[in-house]
Design a protein around this ligand. Structure first.
Ligand code: UD1
Length: 421
């Protein structure tokens, strides 16, 4: 196993490019199962979750060509298997998004239940409820969801809560259903909009993505498409906060600033200078971090995927603030690790009280999930002394070449062999 060793205290300076968005790439890779034609995806990030999804697609019988870096050609001429096995689903919950396409195209899918997850129970009841409303018979058997249907039927379905992959799974399923599906209380994330856009290029009839009501006219079949994945807004925002916490000046090129509005408004309020243009976003520190409350919400609210990094930033704030996590239960596992680095954070249910301290100090800390890991990296970059982050495989699920990108901005960060497991 590997660890990250960071010597903190270097203000980050310069430009970094955002890679392709993991959370946009995953549903698009699953969308390729809806057609026997070729789907070509460009700007595919080199990440563990992408590799897991490739393995899953291969297992289901798709042919993949990924010889050109950043490009992935997928051709699911036929579906040879309809099982998403436990070994793959357990490492990546998003694999449940093969359920909709398999049911829509083949009328059968056996997908392992994702099981417990470090950031709360994360059930998939909404995915199943929607597919059942479309006529699927769903049984749970030996840890597997076994879903069967002759053909999915269009339906008017309202989600009980806003779920991103739930919305995506049902859009995928409806694309080949008989008749019209109306989905209400949908997630409006840019990744949902991108999925709808690509499906439409494949011949689907999806309207309203990006609002809370999405209407899908089911088709008999879909064709192929070629598409370049959108830049990763979460990665971009993480580097902007890395600049802010080190009192530096970081520009992320190639990102879409409108996708970052909630974060940028908050950073502006916290005393950072934010400059956005067509080609990216720059955040400049004047040395001071103002403590500002935040609460996470579905898009266009402040993303839960920024909460951990923002908490690291606020740990060095000039007074105190509250951080409320409305999307996930139990998404504060980074807090005790930040406390080990000298932060003053008190958790009560879904709320964290963060009392700013003058300095953080380097320590051994453990990454627990993807964004929590990023918050520890940010804290390490700003801390005095050496921080060693263990279990960095979480980070590699969602950040492409993060140590290299941070080094290019002036950070002192390296990978090393980890003897503590
Ligand atoms: C997606 C993102 C993840 C992000 C999250 C919230 C991908 C691959 N991942 O995850 O990075 O943190 O959105 O923005 O896009 N819920 C249920 N029942 C369901 C589904 C969800 O109760 O059937 C709950 C979850 O436990 C959670 C909330 O709804 O409390 C939101 O989860 P959801 O939007 O589904 O997250 P993901 O789609 O898994």
């Amino acid at each position: 196993m590997q660890k990250l060793v960071i010597k903190g205290g270097h203000p980050l300076q310069g430009s970094v490019e955002a890679g392709g968005a993991k959370n946009a790439a995953l549903p698009l890779m699953c969308a390729s199962l809806l057609t026997s034609d070729e789907v070509v995806l460009r700007r595919i990030p080199a990440l563990r979750d992408i590799r897991t999804t490739k393995q899953l697609l291969l297992q289901l019988g798709a042919q993949l060509d990924d010889f050109t870096p950043g490009m992935l050609r997928i051709k699911a001429r036929e579906i040879a298997d309809h099982t998403a096995p436990y070994e793959l689903v357990k490492t990546m919950r998003a694999s449940v998004m093969v359920l909709g396409p398999l049911l829509a195209r083949e009328g059968k899918a056996d997908v392992s239940l994702p099981g417990g997850c470090a950031i709360g129970a994360r059930p998939i009841d909404q995915h199943l409820k929607g597919l059942a409303a479309m006529g699927a018979k769903i049984e749970l058997d030996q840890g597997y969801i076994r879903a069967r249907v002759k053909r999915l039927q269009g339906v008017d379905f309202t989600f009980d809560l806003v779920t991103v992959t739930g919305t995506e799974n049902l859009i995928l399923a409806s694309a080949l259903a008989r008749g019209t599906t109306v989905l209400r209380n949908c997630a409006a994330e840019p990744e949902v909009v991108e999925l709808a856009h690509v499906l439409n290029r494949m011949g689907a009839g999806v309207e309203g993505a990006g609002t809370d009501t999405v209407v899908i006219e089911g088709r008999e079949s879909l064709g192929g498409a070629a598409h370049e994945i959108m830049p990763d807004r979460i990665e971009a925002g993480t580097y902007l906060m890395a600049g802010a916490i080190t009192r530096g000046d970081v520009r992320v090129v190639g990102c879409e600033s409108s996708h970052l509005n909630a974060l940028l408004e908050k950073l502006d309020d916290a005393g950072l200078t934010v400059e956005a243009d067509d080609d990216g976003v720059r955040v400049v520190s004047n040395g001071k971090i103002r403590s500002r409350n935040v609460e996470t919400n579905p898009y266009p609210g402040f993303a839960t995927d920024f909460q951990a990094q923002y908490m690291a930033l606020m740990a060095l704030g000039d007074s105190e603030c509250g951080i409320t996590e409305n999307v996930f239960e139990n998404r504060f596992m980074h807090a005790p690790e930040l406390v080990r680095m000298g932060a003053d954070i008190r958790i009560s249910g879904r709320c964290a009280r963060v009392i700013g301290v003058q300095t953080l100090s380097g320590a051994h800390v453990q990454a627990t999930d993807l964004r929590a890991s990023a918050s520890l990296v940010l804290a390490g970059l700003a801390a005095e002394g050496i921080t060693e982050i263990h279990r960095i495989y979480h980070l590699e699920r969602g950040y492409e070449r993060m140590p290299e990108k941070l080094s290019a901005l002036g950070a002192d960060i390296r990978r090393a062999k980890d003897d503590i497991v």
